[in-house]
Ligand binder design. Structure first.
Ligand code: NAP
Length: 301
């Protein structure tokens, strides 16, 4: 069997085009656009590049976007005051604080200070609770799990009644995607098992998965013989396994691998995500969708 490739870059393009269209019609009907502020503390090169990509994407969709860069030595109180300013700003519908923060700032205090109704990353405890309750309560699903669910939905793979096995129980991927897929409703309604380092027989659980979602951060953890023929395999893992020189730019770039042995797994699976180019590109599209939805909730549409 040769698996169908779930191409995150292509799916993202489709989603962004849909968002752009919606932004245009809301602007025409209501005279407002979604507003997103990204607060970056310090000058970590990786964070700067993530933030720039988010801001660029928001701009391309016609959002109001603000990239608020703050110095490394900003105090926690000053950062909280900045947050308070954006909470009150009616033109801002999404607030994002890029992590990590410098060690003198308590990340938990800052993230918990974001207004849950502008918390487009979906990490505030109120939004975690809303996600667990599900249905219309779950207004801001965290972006990576939302991207996974959207990929599955667009692939046409049936989730209702499916055996889903999630490898990993982190707060940003494993736990939320497990919660999302067990909800009663479209794109969910699955029978979900979550496995982790204390699980006794990882292989046996993976082998009965119709949908296998792997978010462990261990390259090649899932062996081809653990995959049920025809299964949908979503590989969230992004692992740097070395470096190479790009033939086009001449720059040194990281060699990335997923948690699944892609070449062998794609001979057995029915659907599979590549790494890179699978789940990764979806995350930013879901951030944009959450910001658009935040505006729609406010408008009551
Ligand atoms: P994490 O916080 O380190 O959690 C990893 C989870 O995997 C833990 O629950 C751990 O179990 C489990 N695990 C690790 N080794 C295992 C093993 N040998 N057997 C069974 N379970 C094992 O990681 P994360 O933040 O969820 O990220 C996971 C991977 O996804 C990383 O490679 C990360 O880079 C990638 N990621 C990608 C995106 C994206 O593409 N947009 C976003 C987020 C994360 P215990 O709980 O028992 O320790």
């Amino acid at each position: 069997m040769s698996a169908i490739l779930l191409n995150g870059t292509e799916i993202r393009k489709e989603i962004l085009a849909e968002i752009q269209q919606e932004v245009e019609s809301i602007k025409a009907a209501h005279g407002v656009v979604p507003g997103l502020v990204t607060i970056l503390v310090g000058s970590n090169a990786a964070s700067l590049s993530y933030v720039s990509l988010k801001v660029k994407t928001a701009h391309s969709l016609g959002f109001k976007e603000i990239q608020d860069n703050q110095p490394d030595d900003i105090s926690e109180a000053a950062l909280l005051a900045l947050l308070a300013k954006y909470q009150q700003d009616e033109s801002i519908h999404g607030i994002l604080v890029q992590l990590p923060l410098p060690s003198h700032i308590n990340e938990k205090v800052v993230l918990n200070a974001i207004d849950p109704n502008k918390d487009v990353d979906g990490f505030h405890p109120v939004n975690v609770g809303r996600l667990v309750i599900g249905g219309t309560e779950a207004i801001f699903p965290p972006c990576t799990p939302a991207g996974i669910q959207e990929m599955i939905r667009r692939s046409g793979v049936e989730t209702r009644g499916a055996e889903v096995v999630v490898v990993g129980r982190s707060n940003i991927v494993g736990k939320p995607i497990a919660n999302m897929l067990l909800q009663k409703g479209p794109g969910a309604n699955a029978t979900v098992t979550v496995v982790h380092t204390a699980t006794r027989d990882l292989a046996a659980h993976c082998q009965r998965a119709d949908i296998l979602i792997v978010a462990a951060g261990v390259p090649g953890l899932v062996k081809p013989e653990w995959i049920k023929p025809g299964a949908c395999v979503i590989d969230v893992g992004v692992n740097r396994v070395g470096e190479t020189v790009s033939p086009t730019t001449g720059r040194t770039v990281a060699i990335l691998r997923g948690d699944v042995d892609f070449d062998e797994a794609s001979k057995i699976a029915g659907f599979i995500t590549p790494v890179p180019g699978g789940v990764g590109p979806m995350t930013i599209a879901m951030l944009m969708r959450n910001t658009l939805n935040s505006l729609k909730f406010k408008l009551g549409i």
